[in-house]
Design a protein around this ligand. Structure first.
Ligand SMILES: [Mn+2]
Length: 358
Protein backbone atom coordinates (compact mmCIF):
# COMPACT_ATOMS: atom_id res chain seq x y z
CA UNK A 1 0.00 0.00 0.00
CA UNK A 2 1.27 3.45 -0.84
CA UNK A 3 -0.11 6.28 1.30
CA UNK A 4 -0.61 9.46 -0.72
CA UNK A 5 -2.14 12.93 -0.38
CA UNK A 6 -4.01 15.18 -2.79
CA UNK A 7 -2.16 18.40 -3.65
CA UNK A 8 -3.43 21.13 -6.00
CA UNK A 9 -0.08 22.75 -6.86
CA UNK A 10 1.83 25.64 -5.27
CA UNK A 11 -0.32 28.29 -6.95
CA UNK A 12 -3.62 26.96 -5.71
CA UNK A 13 -3.04 24.99 -2.52
CA UNK A 14 -2.48 26.60 0.86
CA UNK A 15 -0.82 23.38 2.04
CA UNK A 16 2.88 23.04 1.26
CA UNK A 17 4.78 19.99 0.06
CA UNK A 18 7.04 20.15 3.12
CA UNK A 19 3.96 19.89 5.35
CA UNK A 20 2.81 16.85 3.38
CA UNK A 21 6.26 15.29 3.52
CA UNK A 22 6.21 15.56 7.33
CA UNK A 23 3.10 13.38 7.67
CA UNK A 24 4.46 10.01 8.84
CA UNK A 25 4.52 7.36 6.14
CA UNK A 26 3.52 9.71 3.32
CA UNK A 27 5.13 8.44 0.11
CA UNK A 28 3.69 10.77 -2.49
CA UNK A 29 0.75 12.56 -4.02
CA UNK A 30 -2.33 11.98 -6.02
CA UNK A 31 -1.61 15.05 -8.10
CA UNK A 32 -3.80 17.36 -10.14
CA UNK A 33 -3.34 20.34 -12.46
CA UNK A 34 -6.45 22.09 -11.26
CA UNK A 35 -6.27 24.91 -13.82
CA UNK A 36 -6.83 22.59 -16.79
CA UNK A 37 -10.31 22.67 -18.34
CA UNK A 38 -11.95 19.39 -19.40
CA UNK A 39 -10.88 18.42 -22.91
CA UNK A 40 -7.58 20.35 -22.91
CA UNK A 41 -4.25 18.60 -23.47
CA UNK A 42 -2.02 18.56 -20.36
CA UNK A 43 1.29 19.60 -21.90
CA UNK A 44 4.67 18.12 -21.08
CA UNK A 45 5.89 21.49 -19.80
CA UNK A 46 2.97 21.81 -17.38
CA UNK A 47 3.40 18.25 -16.11
CA UNK A 48 7.17 18.62 -15.79
CA UNK A 49 6.84 21.82 -13.71
CA UNK A 50 4.48 20.08 -11.28
CA UNK A 51 6.58 16.90 -11.08
CA UNK A 52 9.86 18.78 -10.57
CA UNK A 53 8.43 20.50 -7.50
CA UNK A 54 7.02 17.26 -6.11
CA UNK A 55 10.23 15.31 -6.61
CA UNK A 56 12.34 18.12 -5.13
CA UNK A 57 10.25 17.76 -1.97
CA UNK A 58 11.14 14.06 -1.75
CA UNK A 59 7.70 12.84 -2.79
CA UNK A 60 6.46 10.64 -5.65
CA UNK A 61 3.53 11.28 -7.95
CA UNK A 62 2.47 8.07 -9.63
CA UNK A 63 -1.24 8.89 -9.51
CA UNK A 64 -2.92 11.85 -11.19
CA UNK A 65 -6.56 12.77 -10.58
CA UNK A 66 -9.27 14.79 -12.27
CA UNK A 67 -8.19 14.48 -15.88
CA UNK A 68 -11.78 15.46 -16.56
CA UNK A 69 -13.71 13.91 -19.42
CA UNK A 70 -15.26 16.53 -21.70
CA UNK A 71 -19.06 16.68 -21.58
CA UNK A 72 -19.24 16.13 -25.38
CA UNK A 73 -17.69 12.66 -24.86
CA UNK A 74 -20.27 11.80 -22.21
CA UNK A 75 -23.08 13.08 -24.42
CA UNK A 76 -21.72 11.32 -27.52
CA UNK A 77 -21.51 14.45 -29.68
CA UNK A 78 -19.55 14.40 -32.99
CA UNK A 79 -16.87 16.65 -31.45
CA UNK A 80 -15.95 13.83 -29.05
CA UNK A 81 -13.27 12.37 -31.35
CA UNK A 82 -11.05 15.43 -30.99
CA UNK A 83 -11.46 15.38 -27.20
CA UNK A 84 -10.62 11.66 -27.09
CA UNK A 85 -7.49 12.33 -29.18
CA UNK A 86 -6.54 15.09 -26.70
CA UNK A 87 -7.11 12.67 -23.81
CA UNK A 88 -4.74 10.15 -25.43
CA UNK A 89 -2.07 12.86 -25.78
CA UNK A 90 -2.48 13.71 -22.08
CA UNK A 91 -2.11 10.01 -21.15
CA UNK A 92 1.13 9.80 -23.15
CA UNK A 93 2.46 13.02 -21.61
CA UNK A 94 1.66 11.90 -18.06
CA UNK A 95 3.27 8.48 -18.66
CA UNK A 96 6.53 10.20 -19.68
CA UNK A 97 6.71 11.68 -16.17
CA UNK A 98 6.13 8.43 -14.29
CA UNK A 99 2.34 8.46 -13.90
CA UNK A 100 0.91 4.96 -13.54
CA UNK A 101 -2.73 5.64 -12.61
CA UNK A 102 -5.24 8.27 -13.78
CA UNK A 103 -8.31 8.83 -11.62
CA UNK A 104 -11.31 10.26 -13.50
CA UNK A 105 -15.09 10.02 -13.48
CA UNK A 106 -17.90 9.70 -15.99
CA UNK A 107 -20.56 11.61 -14.05
CA UNK A 108 -22.83 13.82 -16.16
CA UNK A 109 -22.46 17.57 -15.50
CA UNK A 110 -21.64 17.51 -11.80
CA UNK A 111 -18.72 16.07 -9.96
CA UNK A 112 -19.61 15.41 -6.32
CA UNK A 113 -22.65 17.19 -4.79
CA UNK A 114 -23.16 18.59 -1.28
CA UNK A 115 -25.82 20.88 0.15
CA UNK A 116 -23.48 22.35 2.80
CA UNK A 117 -19.69 22.60 2.57
CA UNK A 118 -19.13 23.47 6.23
CA UNK A 119 -21.82 21.91 8.40
CA UNK A 120 -20.89 22.11 12.09
CA UNK A 121 -20.61 18.71 13.79
CA UNK A 122 -22.44 19.29 17.08
CA UNK A 123 -20.40 16.75 19.05
CA UNK A 124 -17.07 18.60 18.72
CA UNK A 125 -17.56 21.93 16.89
CA UNK A 126 -15.56 20.92 13.82
CA UNK A 127 -17.23 21.10 10.40
CA UNK A 128 -17.43 18.94 7.31
CA UNK A 129 -19.20 18.44 4.00
CA UNK A 130 -22.86 17.54 4.35
CA UNK A 131 -25.69 16.37 2.12
CA UNK A 132 -29.43 16.37 2.67
CA UNK A 133 -31.62 15.45 -0.28
CA UNK A 134 -34.54 17.38 1.25
CA UNK A 135 -32.50 20.59 1.05
CA UNK A 136 -31.53 19.71 -2.51
CA UNK A 137 -35.22 19.32 -3.37
CA UNK A 138 -35.71 23.03 -2.81
CA UNK A 139 -32.71 24.02 -4.95
CA UNK A 140 -32.44 24.21 -8.72
CA UNK A 141 -29.19 22.93 -10.23
CA UNK A 142 -28.20 26.57 -10.81
CA UNK A 143 -28.82 27.42 -7.13
CA UNK A 144 -26.66 24.49 -6.11
CA UNK A 145 -23.80 25.54 -8.36
CA UNK A 146 -23.94 29.11 -7.08
CA UNK A 147 -24.03 27.89 -3.50
CA UNK A 148 -21.01 25.62 -4.05
CA UNK A 149 -18.88 28.20 -5.83
CA UNK A 150 -19.75 30.89 -3.26
CA UNK A 151 -18.74 28.71 -0.33
CA UNK A 152 -15.35 27.43 -1.46
CA UNK A 153 -13.43 30.06 0.54
CA UNK A 154 -12.00 31.40 -2.72
CA UNK A 155 -10.61 28.03 -3.85
CA UNK A 156 -11.70 26.13 -6.91
CA UNK A 157 -13.05 22.62 -6.52
CA UNK A 158 -12.62 20.00 -9.25
CA UNK A 159 -15.73 19.73 -11.37
CA UNK A 160 -17.06 23.08 -10.15
CA UNK A 161 -15.07 25.45 -12.33
CA UNK A 162 -17.31 28.43 -13.25
CA UNK A 163 -16.34 28.17 -16.96
CA UNK A 164 -17.42 24.57 -17.20
CA UNK A 165 -20.75 25.39 -15.65
CA UNK A 166 -21.53 28.45 -17.76
CA UNK A 167 -23.65 26.41 -20.15
CA UNK A 168 -25.33 24.46 -17.40
CA UNK A 169 -28.94 24.90 -18.52
CA UNK A 170 -28.23 23.77 -22.11
CA UNK A 171 -26.29 20.75 -20.91
CA UNK A 172 -29.00 19.70 -18.45
CA UNK A 173 -31.56 19.99 -21.24
CA UNK A 174 -29.50 17.75 -23.51
CA UNK A 175 -29.20 15.05 -20.86
CA UNK A 176 -33.00 14.70 -20.70
CA UNK A 177 -32.87 12.40 -23.72
CA UNK A 178 -29.80 10.38 -22.61
CA UNK A 179 -30.62 7.14 -20.79
CA UNK A 180 -28.18 5.22 -18.55
CA UNK A 181 -27.70 2.75 -21.44
CA UNK A 182 -26.91 5.62 -23.83
CA UNK A 183 -24.37 6.96 -21.34
CA UNK A 184 -22.79 3.51 -21.05
CA UNK A 185 -22.57 3.27 -24.86
CA UNK A 186 -20.78 6.65 -24.89
CA UNK A 187 -18.54 5.42 -22.10
CA UNK A 188 -17.62 2.34 -24.14
CA UNK A 189 -16.76 4.55 -27.11
CA UNK A 190 -14.46 6.58 -24.83
CA UNK A 191 -12.77 3.47 -23.36
CA UNK A 192 -12.31 1.94 -26.81
CA UNK A 193 -10.63 5.20 -27.82
CA UNK A 194 -8.20 5.50 -24.90
CA UNK A 195 -7.46 2.01 -23.50
CA UNK A 196 -5.10 0.98 -26.35
CA UNK A 197 -3.00 4.09 -25.52
CA UNK A 198 -3.06 3.15 -21.81
CA UNK A 199 -1.91 -0.38 -22.59
CA UNK A 200 0.89 0.96 -24.76
CA UNK A 201 2.06 3.43 -22.05
CA UNK A 202 1.45 1.29 -18.97
CA UNK A 203 -1.16 3.64 -17.52
CA UNK A 204 -4.23 2.40 -15.61
CA UNK A 205 -7.53 4.32 -15.72
CA UNK A 206 -9.44 4.31 -12.40
CA UNK A 207 -13.08 5.43 -12.47
CA UNK A 208 -14.29 7.33 -9.40
CA UNK A 209 -17.87 6.60 -8.25
CA UNK A 210 -20.86 8.91 -8.36
CA UNK A 211 -21.08 10.97 -5.19
CA UNK A 212 -23.59 10.69 -3.61
CA UNK A 213 -24.22 7.12 -4.77
CA UNK A 214 -27.65 7.54 -6.35
CA UNK A 215 -29.25 9.52 -9.23
CA UNK A 216 -29.58 13.30 -8.76
CA UNK A 217 -31.67 15.89 -10.66
CA UNK A 218 -32.91 13.13 -12.98
CA UNK A 219 -29.46 12.80 -14.58
CA UNK A 220 -28.28 9.37 -15.75
CA UNK A 221 -25.64 8.14 -13.28
CA UNK A 222 -24.01 4.76 -13.84
CA UNK A 223 -21.23 4.31 -11.27
CA UNK A 224 -22.59 3.86 -7.77
CA UNK A 225 -22.84 0.14 -6.97
CA UNK A 226 -20.99 -3.13 -7.49
CA UNK A 227 -23.40 -3.99 -10.32
CA UNK A 228 -22.67 -0.67 -12.04
CA UNK A 229 -18.93 -1.27 -11.85
CA UNK A 230 -19.29 -4.83 -13.13
CA UNK A 231 -20.91 -3.29 -16.23
CA UNK A 232 -18.15 -0.66 -16.56
CA UNK A 233 -15.41 -3.30 -16.30
CA UNK A 234 -17.24 -5.34 -18.95
CA UNK A 235 -17.34 -2.38 -21.37
CA UNK A 236 -13.67 -2.96 -22.13
CA UNK A 237 -11.88 -6.00 -20.73
CA UNK A 238 -8.39 -4.74 -19.92
CA UNK A 239 -6.19 -4.53 -16.80
CA UNK A 240 -6.08 -0.80 -17.62
CA UNK A 241 -9.85 -0.41 -17.09
CA UNK A 242 -10.19 -0.21 -13.28
CA UNK A 243 -12.04 1.37 -10.37
CA UNK A 244 -10.97 4.15 -7.99
CA UNK A 245 -12.84 2.76 -5.05
CA UNK A 246 -13.88 5.76 -2.96
CA UNK A 247 -15.29 4.41 0.30
CA UNK A 248 -17.00 7.67 1.22
CA UNK A 249 -18.72 8.14 -2.13
CA UNK A 250 -19.99 4.57 -2.49
CA UNK A 251 -20.53 4.47 1.27
CA UNK A 252 -22.99 7.38 1.16
CA UNK A 253 -25.51 4.68 0.26
CA UNK A 254 -25.83 2.17 3.15
CA UNK A 255 -26.88 -0.52 0.62
CA UNK A 256 -23.26 -0.66 -0.58
CA UNK A 257 -21.21 -3.17 1.45
CA UNK A 258 -17.80 -1.49 1.03
CA UNK A 259 -15.46 -4.26 2.28
CA UNK A 260 -17.32 -6.78 0.06
CA UNK A 261 -17.04 -4.47 -2.98
CA UNK A 262 -13.29 -4.01 -2.35
CA UNK A 263 -12.83 -7.79 -2.15
CA UNK A 264 -14.86 -8.31 -5.34
CA UNK A 265 -12.81 -5.91 -7.48
CA UNK A 266 -9.54 -6.51 -5.61
CA UNK A 267 -9.71 -10.21 -6.43
CA UNK A 268 -10.28 -9.30 -10.09
CA UNK A 269 -7.23 -7.02 -10.01
CA UNK A 270 -9.42 -4.09 -11.03
CA UNK A 271 -8.71 -1.55 -8.25
CA UNK A 272 -6.41 1.17 -9.59
CA UNK A 273 -6.54 3.40 -6.50
CA UNK A 274 -8.44 3.86 -3.24
CA UNK A 275 -9.93 6.92 -1.54
CA UNK A 276 -10.49 6.01 2.08
CA UNK A 277 -12.80 8.02 4.33
CA UNK A 278 -15.76 7.59 6.64
CA UNK A 279 -19.37 8.84 6.51
CA UNK A 280 -22.05 9.30 9.17
CA UNK A 281 -25.64 8.52 8.16
CA UNK A 282 -28.17 11.05 9.46
CA UNK A 283 -31.30 9.72 7.74
CA UNK A 284 -32.56 8.78 4.29
CA UNK A 285 -30.22 10.30 1.68
CA UNK A 286 -28.75 12.47 4.40
CA UNK A 287 -25.17 12.19 5.65
CA UNK A 288 -22.08 14.08 6.67
CA UNK A 289 -18.42 13.32 6.21
CA UNK A 290 -16.94 12.01 9.45
CA UNK A 291 -13.43 11.67 10.89
CA UNK A 292 -11.64 8.56 9.61
CA UNK A 293 -11.92 6.68 12.93
CA UNK A 294 -14.57 3.92 12.57
CA UNK A 295 -16.47 4.89 15.72
CA UNK A 296 -17.10 8.46 14.51
CA UNK A 297 -19.03 7.29 11.44
CA UNK A 298 -20.82 4.29 9.97
CA UNK A 299 -18.11 2.56 7.94
CA UNK A 300 -15.90 -0.15 9.42
CA UNK A 301 -12.45 1.16 8.54
CA UNK A 302 -10.71 -1.91 9.92
CA UNK A 303 -12.76 -4.17 7.61
CA UNK A 304 -11.99 -1.80 4.72
CA UNK A 305 -8.22 -1.85 5.32
CA UNK A 306 -8.31 -5.62 5.87
CA UNK A 307 -10.08 -6.11 2.51
CA UNK A 308 -7.37 -3.98 0.84
CA UNK A 309 -4.66 -5.95 2.62
CA UNK A 310 -6.15 -9.28 1.52
CA UNK A 311 -6.98 -8.47 -2.11
CA UNK A 312 -5.04 -5.43 -3.42
CA UNK A 313 -2.17 -4.81 -0.98
CA UNK A 314 -0.08 -2.83 -3.47
CA UNK A 315 -2.71 -0.21 -4.29
CA UNK A 316 -2.44 3.56 -3.78
CA UNK A 317 -4.51 5.04 -0.95
CA UNK A 318 -5.27 8.54 0.13
CA UNK A 319 -7.21 9.80 3.13
CA UNK A 320 -9.89 11.36 0.97
CA UNK A 321 -11.63 14.39 2.45
CA UNK A 322 -11.21 15.55 6.02
CA UNK A 323 -13.15 17.76 8.42
CA UNK A 324 -12.00 21.29 9.21
CA UNK A 325 -10.54 21.22 12.72
CA UNK A 326 -8.35 23.41 14.97
CA UNK A 327 -9.72 26.59 13.31
CA UNK A 328 -8.17 25.71 9.97
CA UNK A 329 -9.71 27.34 6.92
CA UNK A 330 -9.08 26.24 3.37
CA UNK A 331 -10.53 24.35 0.47
CA UNK A 332 -13.61 22.48 1.76
CA UNK A 333 -12.72 18.84 2.42
CA UNK A 334 -9.02 19.44 1.80
CA UNK A 335 -7.56 20.86 4.98
CA UNK A 336 -4.23 19.58 6.28
CA UNK A 337 -4.91 18.51 9.84
CA UNK A 338 -7.78 16.04 9.62
CA UNK A 339 -6.41 14.39 6.48
CA UNK A 340 -3.03 13.99 8.24
CA UNK A 341 -4.81 12.42 11.23
CA UNK A 342 -6.67 10.18 8.79
CA UNK A 343 -3.45 9.02 7.10
CA UNK A 344 -1.90 8.27 10.47
CA UNK A 345 -4.92 6.28 11.63
CA UNK A 346 -5.06 4.29 8.38
CA UNK A 347 -1.31 3.61 8.63
CA UNK A 348 -1.88 2.37 12.19
CA UNK A 349 -4.61 -0.01 11.08
CA UNK A 350 -2.32 -1.19 8.26
CA UNK A 351 0.61 -1.90 10.57
CA UNK A 352 -1.61 -3.87 12.95
CA UNK A 353 -3.16 -5.88 10.10
CA UNK A 354 0.25 -6.68 8.58
CA UNK A 355 1.79 -7.72 11.90
CA UNK A 356 -1.18 -9.82 12.99
CA UNK A 357 -1.32 -11.71 9.70
CA UNK A 358 2.38 -12.70 9.61
MN1 LIG B 1 -13.22 10.23 -3.53
Amino acid sequence: MKMTFRWYGSDSDNITLSQIKQIPGMTGLMGVLDYKAAGEVWTEEEIKAYMDEVHAAGLECEVIESVNVHEDIKMGLPTRDQYIANYCTTIRNLAKYGVKVIVYNFMPVFDWLRTDLARVIPEDGSNSLYFDEKELGEMTPVDLVRNTIDNCNGFTLPGWEPERLAELETTLERYKTITPDDLRANYKYFLDGIIPTCEECGVVMACHPDDPAWPIFGLPRIAHSQEDYDKIIALRDSPCNTVCLCTGSLGSNPDNDIPAIIRHFGEMNRIGAMHVRNVKYLGYHKFREAAHLSSTGDLDMYAIMKAIHDTCPNTYIRPDHGRMIWNESGRPGYGLYDRALGATYLNGLWEAICKSSD
